[in-house]
Design a protein around this ligand. Structure first.
Ligand SMILES: NC(=O)c1ccc[n+]([C@@H]2O[C@H](COP(=O)([O-])OP(=O)(O)OC[C@H]3O[C@@H](n4cnc5c(N)ncnc54)[C@H](OP(=O)(O)O)[C@@H]3O)[C@@H](O)[C@H]2O)c1
Length: 252
């Protein structure tokens, strides 16, 4: 597996799974990684925690103007984009997550869809024209979640947005497969990050831990290593797939 020298953009890479993936791609695989946060100062600060070729940028995936600027900057610095990982997620909000479906405010739906789904759509639309010019095409990985596959009794807005990512992956794979653009969905289970494990009490952590047959939380790096494999030519004749990284919680 070699993705050495690949130009990679990872949205929402200031912490958690995005940061872990940026670190792995830059340090172990020697990729050129665009590290993104909505706050440029944070991007610069966090990029210093990674040894390798990291380009810190300010990127809010709800803002088309910022997307355009980032793509332009990456092209002018590195000439192309080989891999896009749509990882940015609307910050976990207990007040929305625990509400009954019929009580969720329309604005809350729209805000979550705007980041988790439309953010991936906007980024993919911006990056595909660049990948179409690549002889080797490109790879787009959309980060989704187990409820998008199995359904869940909470977090309806989140489930809808994450289901859209599965459809986005399939659409890109169908429409651009002949251009050698591959796409995948990673549907994640309980991965310990600030947004999840570190924002829960002991009881909530235990419940989550016991959900999967593996009876533990996943580590961000256990998502990053799968993303690196997918981005490589090891997966050259597989596209459109949803890969569950969840300790076996949901099986398809
Ligand atoms: N952890 C889990 O158990 C789990 C399970 C299933 C799916 N996921 C998905 O995996 C992804 C990463 O999760 P995580 O736990 O690492 O989350 P996290 O710690 O909350 O990180 C989310 C990232 O998204 C960025 N972000 C938020 N709003 C944004 C926007 N409008 N535009 C661009 N970036 C934005 C944040 O960056 P700044 O604040 O610096 O801008 C941050 O880097 C998310 O899509 C999440 O839904 C996670």
């Amino acid at each position: 597996m070699s993705i050495e020298g690949k130009v990679v953009i990872i949205t929402g890479s200031s912490r958690g799974i995005g940061f872990s993936t940026a670190k792995l791609f830059a340090e172990k695989h020697h990729c050129i990684v665009t590290l993104c946060s909505r706050d440029i100062k944070r991007s610069v600060r966090i990029s210093k925690k990674i040894k390798g070729n990291v380009f810190p940028v300010q990127l809010d995936v709800t803002k088309k103007s910022e997307i355009k600027m980032v793509i332009k900057a990456v092209i002018s610095k590195y000439g192309t984009i080989d891999v896009l990982i749509n990882n940015a997620g609307f910050p976990f909000d207990k007040n929305i997550w625990y509400k009954k479906f019929h009580q969720i405010d329309e604005n809350d739906f729209l805000n979550i869809l705007n980041v988790d789904l439309m953010g991936s759509v906007r980024m993919s639309q911006a990056v595909i024209p660049v990948m179409l010019k690549n002889r080797n095409g490109g790879v787009i990985i959309n980060i989704s979640s187990t409820p998008a596959v199995s359904g869940y009794h909470q977090g309806a807005a989140y489930t809808l947005a994450k289901s859209g990512n599965i459809a986005l992956t399939k659409h890109i794979s169908r429409e651009y497969g002949s251009n050698n653009i591959r796409s995948y969905t990673l549907a994640l289970g309980n991965i310990s990050t600030e947004a999840t494990y570190f924002s829960m009490n002991e009881k909530q952590r235990k419940i989550a831990e016991n959900e999967s047959p593996m009876k533990r939380w996943g580590r961000p790096e256990e998502v990053s290593t799968v993303a690196a494999s997918l981005a490589s030519n090891d997966f050259s004749f597989a596209t459109g797939n949803t890969i569950l990284v969840d300790g076996g919680f949901v099986m398809i």
